[in-house]
Ligand binder design. Sequence first.
Ligand code: PMP
Length: 365
Amino acid sequence: MRRPQVELRGDLVGLEGYHSPQVDVEVRLNTNESPLAPPEAWLAELRDEMGRIAFNRYPDRSAVDLRTALGRIHGVGPEQVFCAKGSNEVLQCLLLAYGGPGRRAAVFEPTYALHRHIAMLTGTEVVTGWRDADHRIDLESMEEILRSAEPVLVFLASPNNPTGRAEPRDLVTHVASTAPGLVVVDEAYGQFAPWSALDDPGIQEGSLDRLVVVRTFSKTWSMAACRLGYLVADPSVVQACELVALPYHLDAVVQAAGRLALHYRAEMEQRVSWLVGERNRVAASLGDLPLRQWPSDANFILFRPLERSARDVWDDLLAASVLVRDCSSWPGLDNCLRVTIGTEEENDRFLSALRHSLGGVAGGI
Ligand code: PMP
C-alpha cells in the first residue's frame, strides 16, 4: 500500500524556488557573473595547494587562514569575518541566527529577491518598503518602517540588484547608526561601486556595531563556480553565524581558492575597471534606442523597452542566442529586462540583437 504523502510545511506551500533559467545559449548575460576567467597563475597556485590538502580529513572548521587574510584586506581581525558557501549562505546564516517566527526583516523593493526569499524560508516576517520611480529609498519612509516594524534585520543591496545604483553613503551610515536591529549591506557588486560601507572607519573601530557588510567571490573575483562569500561585522555577529552554520560547511578547496585569490587583487581590480568601461560603452549605445535605462554602479544594466513588451524582446534576444534576465514580473519592475556586462564580443552581440528587436538598424553596431 502506498504510504500517505507527507505534507509540506504550511508556510512553504505555493512558494516558488529562486532560479534563473539555465538555457543553452551562446551569449549568457543573465546571472551577473564575470565574463572573464580568473588569472592562470591563481589556478596554478590552487592546483599546487590541492596537492597538499589532506582529503581524508575534515577542513579547518573555522577557516582561520582565509578569515585572517580577508580581515587584513579590510583592516579587521578574523573575529570580525565570517565565511560561507556564497553570500547566499551568509545571508541564510544571518536569518537563521537573527530571524525566525515573531521577528521581522525589512527589504526595499525592487531589490535582490533572495533577501525576501530566505527570510520566508526561515519563518521571518518580511516588511516591505518601496523605492521611488528612480529606485531610490526615501529616508523618511524608511525611518517610518524602522519605527513601526522594528525589524531585527534591514537588508540593503549596494549596488542594488537589479536596479544598479549604489545606495547613498549618508543613507547607509544614518540607518546603521539609528536602526533598532542589524543593517545588512549586501555588497555583492561592491568593487564596481564608487564607495563601500567597508571603508567606514566605524566598522573597524566598533562604533558601527549594527552594520554587517556582505561580499562575494562570485562576481568581481570571477569565481562563481567556487561558492564563497563572507561578511564583515561585529564579532558577536560572527559568533551568531558560527552557531547556525553547519559544521565544515566550507570545504578545504574553497578555503584555499579564496585565500589564494587575494594574491591577485590587482588583477581583480583591473578586470573591474575594464568591465566598468564596457558597461559605460553599452549604456551609451542603449541611449540611442527606444528604452529607458537606469544608471548602474554594477556590472549589469536594467532597462525598459518603451514600445515593445519585455517578454517579446527577451524572446527575440533568445532567438539570437542571447540570454538576459526577464525582470518584468518582479515587484516594481514592469516590462524591465536586466543585462549583465559580458565580453566586448558578447556585448556587441547583445546590442545588435536588441537593436534588431526594437526595430532599429539590423546588423552591425
Ligand atoms: N547578493 C546579491 C545582491 C546578488 O546579486 C547575488 C547574486 N546574484 C548574491 C548576493 C549571491 O551571490 P553568491 O551566493 O553567488 O555569493
